[in-house]
Design a protein around this ligand. Structure first.
Ligand code: NDP
Length: 614
C-alpha cells in the first residue's frame, strides 16, 4: 500500500520553469476575493437557537430517557463524547484512572460522527490514520476512506473497549462548572438537574459542533420542508447514508452550500431527486478521491505500532517536514510533496529568503489549482457550468475536498448549478422557492449545507460558564486574551484541562492532535495521583511565558488569509492578526510536550498544599 517517496529525486524545479502566468493568476484571485467579500462578515450567519432551535433537535436519539439527577463524585468528568472525549477517556483508563464520566449532549458517543449522517458521508482523511486507537480496539477499517457509519461504530467500540459506557451521561449538557476550593474539586451542573462533583474536568466539546444557518431574508417564510445536513431527515428523503433517497423521486430539492459536506451529499441528491438546484457561492477545490477497500494481505501484514508510525509520517509530510517514504500517499500528501519538489530539503528551505520561499509556495499552489481546474474541464460537459465550478483561490484558503462523483453530478439533466457569487449568496427565500438574481427557483425542500460555527468551545465563548478560584469566570480572566500553559490549563482554574487547538497544535488530521493531547492530560493526571498533588495548576508566570512563546512564534498568516476568498478559514474575510496555535507546528509541539514531561515540567503544575508544588 505504501509508495516510496521519490528521494532524493531530480534537481529542484524553479517556479519560473512551471510556465505559469503568475501575474494574471494573482489578478484573477484578487478579483474573485473582492467579488465575494461581504461587509457583514461572520454576522451573516445565525445560530440555531430561538425560532431556529428546532433545526438542532436530535433526530436520532430515542425518547429522552428519564433518570434521577446525579449528585455523586467521579475522579474525572470529560465533557464531550466525540473523539476528543473518547481519547481522553481511553488514555486516562490506560493511565489507571477507574472513575471516569463522559458527559455528552447526543444520545451516544461519536460527536461529529453522531450528528452528521448525511448520504455519502465519508471521512476525507485516510481512515487508517483518522480513526483513533485502531490497534487498541483491534480493528482495521474496511475502506481507505471510511463511511461515517463505520466511524460512528468505531466510536462506540472505543466506548466499549475502555468501559466508558458504564458511567456516561448522554443527552446531557453541562451548564456550569464551579470550583469548590475547600474540597479542591469541580461542581458540574447540567441541564438534567445534575450537580455532580469531579476532581478533574477535561473539556473536549469540539470545534465544529454548532450548526449554523445563513441569515437569508425570508428564510422563515418557506412553506416546504427544510433541514440542516447535520440533522439529515431520512423520514423525508428516504434511504440512508449509502443513498437511495427514494422519497425524493417527485421532489424538487435545493441545496445551499458547496463545502466539504455538500461535495459528499450532492451526488446522492442528484441521483434521486426529480430536480436538484445546487446554490453555489464559492466552488470547492475537488480533487481525485480514489477510495478503495482495504487489502486483506496488507491488513494481515501490519506490525505493532503501525498506526502511530503512519499517523506521524502523514503529519510530518503535510506540515512540510522530511520523510523517507509516503505511507498514506493521497491527495493531502501529494500536494505537500509538490511544495517539496520546489524546495526539496529542510535545510534548503531554511536558507531561502522568505520572499523566495513564498514565491516557490505560491508557484506550487498555482500549479495544484491549475490541475484542479483542468479536472473540472475534463469532467463537466457543459462549458458554462464547468467555468462556474472552477475555484479561483489558493489551495488552503478553503478546506480542500475530494470526490469522484461530485463534478460528474452536473452532467445529469436533472441537476442545475445556480451561481450566487454576484449577489453574495442566495438573495431571498420565498414561500415556494429560492431567489437568485431576481429569478425564483421553485423547490419543495431546502437542504442547508451551510456549515458550523467554528473554533470556539463553549468554555472559551462563555456559553458554558466556568468559575475558578475566588469565583472568577474564565471569560473575565481572559479579558485581555486567552492565557494557558500549552493550551491545556490556566492559572486560577485548577484541575481543568481543555482540549482543542487554542495555544496548542493544529493539523488537518485533528484526531491525531487530540490523541497527543489526551495522552498528555492522562500523564499529568497520573502524575498528580502518584505524587498525591492537591491541584494541577500552572503559575501565572508559566502561563505568561507560554503566551509570550505563542506570540513570538505565531505564524503570520494575515497576508495569506487576507488574500483568500472569505470563508471560515479566514474569519469570513476578516483574518485575525495572528495565529493562536503553536507556530513551529504540531510535530515540534508534540516533541516539546514530551520533553516537558520527562524533564521536570510536571513539577511546574503539580501543587501540593495551598502554595508550593509537589
Ligand atoms: P462549510 O462552512 O465548509 O460550507 C458552507 C457552505 O455554505 C459554503 O459553500 C458557503 O459558501 C455556503 N453558504 C453559506 N451561506 C450561503 C449563502 N447565504 N448563500 C449561498 N451559499 C452559502 O461547511 P461544510 O459543512 O461543508 O464543512 C464544514 C467543515 O466540516 C469542513 O470544512 C471540514 O472541516 C468538515 N468536514 C469534514 C469532512 C470529513 O470528511 N472529514 C466532511 C465534511 C465536512 P462560501 O464558501 O462562499 O462561504
Amino acid at each position: 500500500m505504501s509508495t516510496p517517496h521519490a528521494s532524493p529525486g531530480p534537481a529542484p524545479t524553479g517556479p519560473d520553469e512551471l510556465g505559469l502566468d503568475i501575474e494574471s493568476l494573482r489578478a484573477r484571485y484578487r478579483a474573485e476575493r473582492d467579488r465575494r467579500i461581504r461587509p457583514d462578515g461572520g454576522s451573516q450567519y445565525q445560530r440555531l437557537d430561538g425560532e431556529f432551535g428546532y433545526y438542532a433537535d436530535d433526530p436520532y436519539a430515542e425518547a429522552e430517557s428519564s433518570r434521577e439527577p446525579l449528585t455523586d463524585r467521579v475522579e474525572v468528568a470529560v465533557i464531550g463524547g466525540g473523539f476528543g472525549g473518547l481519547l481522553a477517556g481511553a488514555r486516562l483508563r490506560q493511565a489507571g484512572v477507574t472513575s471516569i464520566r463522559v458527559i455528552e449532549k447526543g444520545g451516544d458517543f461519536g460527536g461529529t460522527w453522531y450528528w452528521n449522517r448525511y448520504p455519502g458521508i465519508h471521512c476525507d482523511i485516510e481512515s487508517y490514520i483518522y480513526m483513533p486507537l485502531l490497534e487498541e480496539v483491534g480493528y482495521v477499517p474496511q475502506w481507505k476512506y471510511a463511511p461515517g457509519e463505520e466511524i460512528r461504530r468505531h466510536a462506540q467500540a472505543i466506548g466499549r473497549t475502555f468501559d466508558l459506557y458504564r458511567d456516561a451521561c448522554f443527552q446531557t449538557q453541562v451548564t456550569e462548572l464551579r470550583f469548590d476550593e475547600a474540597e479542591s474539586e469541580w461542581i458540574v451542573t447540567t441541564d438534567r438537574g445534575d450537580r455532580m462533583r469531579a476532581r478533574f474536568v477535561v473539556t473536549a466539546s469540539g470545534t465544529l459542533s454548532e450548526p449554523k444557518l445563513p441569515g437569508i431574508p425570508g428564510i422563515t417564510d418557506f412553506k416546504g420542508h427544510t433541514f440542516h445536513t447535520s440533522r439529515w431527515d431520512y423520514a423525508y428523503t428516504g434511504g440512508d447514508a449509502d443513498g437511495g433517497l427514494h422519497r425524493l423521486a417527485d421532489e424538487r430539492v435545493g441545496v445551499i452550500g458547496t463545502g466539504a459536506t455538500a461535495i459528499q451529499c450532492v451526488p446522492h441528491l442528484g441521483a434521486d431527486a426529480q430536480q436538484l438546484y445546487v446554490f453555489q457561492r464559492t466552488p470547492s477545490s475537488v480533487d481525485v478521491r480514489g477510495n478503495r477497500p482495504t487489502d486483506s494481505d496488507w491488513a494481515q501484514s501490519l506490525t505493532p505500532g503501525w498506526q502511530r508510525r503512519r499517523m506521524e509520517n502523514f503529519l510530518t509530510l503535510v506540515t512540510g517536514g522530511p520523510a523517507d517514504e509516503d505511507l498514506v500517499d493521497d491527495g493531502w500528501t501529494r500536494t505537500a510533496r509538490l511544495h517539496q519538489k520546489l524546495i526539496p530539503s529542510e535545510s534548503h528551505r531554511r536558507q531561502l529568503p522568505p520572499e523566495e520561499r513564498e514565491r516557490a509556495y505560491e508557484a506550487a499552489d498555482f500549479q495544484k489549482m491549475n490541475d484542479i481546474r483542468a479536472r473540472v474541464d475534463a469532467v463537466v460537459e457543459d462549458a458554462d457550468t464547468a467555468e462556474l465550478l472552477k475555484p479561483w483561490y489558493r489551495y488552503m484558503c478553503k478546506r480542500p475536498t475530494f470526490s469522484d462523483s461530485y463534478l460528474e453530478t452536473f452532467n445529469r439533466p436533472n441537476v442545475t448549478l445556480v451561481d450566487t457569487a454576484d449577489s453574495h449568496g442566495v438573495e431571498r427565500i420565498t414561500e415556494g422557492g429560492v431567489v437568485v438574481a431576481g429569478r425564483e427557483y421553485a423547490v419543495d425542500c431546502i437542504v442547508f449545507a451551510t456549515g458550523f460555527e467554528v473554533g470556539m468551545s463553549g468554555v472559551v465563548t462563555g456559553r458554558l460558564p466556568v468559575h475558578g478560584r475566588g469565583g472568577i469566570t474564565l471569560t473575565e480572566a481572559w479579558r485581555q486574551g486567552p492565557k494557558t500553559l500549552h493550551g491545556f490549563y490556566s492559572h486560577g482554574f485548577p484541575n481543568l484541562f481543555q482540549l482543542g487547538p487554542l495555544q496548542n497544535a493544529s493539523a488537518v488530521n485533528f484526531v491525531h492532535v487530540l490523541d497527543e493531547q489526551a495522552a498528555h492530560v492522562a500523564a499529568v493526571v497520573a502524575a498528580a495521583r502518584d505524587r498525591r498533588a492537591r491541584r494541577v495548576e500552572p503559575s501565572a508566570e508559566a502561563e505568561d511565558a507560554w503566551v509570550a512563546t505563542i506570540r513570538q512564534k505565531a505564524a503570520d498568516l494575515y497576508r495569506f488569509q487576507a488574500e483568500c476568498t472569505p470563508g471560515y478559514y479566514n474569519n469570513e474575510g476578516r483574518p485575525r492578526q495572528r495565529s493562536e496555535s503553536y507556530g513551529d507546528g504540531p510535530v515540534a509541539f508534540h516533541d516539546l510536550l514530551e520533553k516537558w514531561r520527562t524533564e521536570g515540567g510536571l513539577d511546574e503544575v503539580l501543587v501540593q498544599g495551598d502554595g508550593g508544588t509537589a
